[in-house]
Design a binder for this molecule. Structure first.
Ligand SMILES: [Mg+2]
Length: 225
């Protein structure tokens, strides 16, 4: 039985129509005078800290806590501004699936497992009215590696539900091979959704327990049984 469901954000719950990527670029431009910093970055499935460190390394900026703080202090207001008039949307079936999960008895705990920094995650999900559904989260400001974010998510889950929580009672929902990989790293099950940059065929190569076009076709009581 699934007792904890951990959602990725970008490409899984929502898409921001590129607002996140543009805010990243603006922050590098305004704070570090790097107008082309994000042009060759691969964002999907990464952590914000990992992405920022990659740009630092490529541009000779020291990977210090102070520089990361400077970057994210610039990024957050840019993100807020860009979310204001972005063309993003909630991914198909997300609201229905969350409502089904919350109606289960016993209902699983709903959390976030994301590469976004916490303030970025909150801004994005409040923009689409989804933030209040999640009891807890593990975020990309804690670690640069997604697998370590997943370990934090498992630790928080056990703190909330007790040490008896088995790894296979955790479900990770995500849209990239990195989501599947980080679920494997903590022994969790995976539901892969093709609502981000990857197709069903590309995701299936990584053998998630479930793989669907989007959450409209998924029944919470079947997945969580
Ligand atoms: Mg994603």
């Amino acid at each position: 039985m699934i007792r904890v469901v951990l959602f990725d954000i970008d490409g899984t719950l929502i898409t921001t129509g590129g607002a996140g990527v543009r805010a990243f670029g603006r922050a590098f431009d305004s704070e570090f005078k790097l107008p082309h910093a994000t042009e060759s970055l691969q964002f999907a499935g990464r952590t914000d800290t990992g992405l920022a460190l990659e740009v630092f390394a490529a541009n000779g900026i020291k990977p210090t806590t102070r520089n990361l703080q400077r970057f994210f202090a610039a990024y957050t207001p840019h993100l807020e501004e860009m979310l204001g008039d972005c063309t993003g949307h909630i991914c198909p079936g997300v609201k229905k699936f969350i409502n089904e999960l919350k109606a289960l008895r016993p209902a699983p705990l709903l959390g976030l497992l994301t590469g976004n920094i916490r303030p970025g995650a909150e801004l994005k999900l409040r923009r689409y009215g989804l933030w209040q559904h999640f009891t807890f989260g593990a975020y990309g400001d804690e670690h640069s590696e997604r697998n370590k974010v997943a370990l934090s998510a498992r630790r928080y889950s056990r703190r909330l539900l007790g040490r008896g929580l088995k790894a296979e009672e955790i479900l990770v929902i995500g849209d990239t091979p990195r989501d599947i990989e980080c679920a494997r790293a903590i022994g969790a099950k995976v539901l892969a959704v093709a609502t981000g940059d990857y197709t069903i065929a590309e995701l299936q190569v990584h053998q998630p327990e479930w793989c669907v076009e989007d959450l409209r076709t998924v029944r919470a009581r079947i997945i969580c049984a």
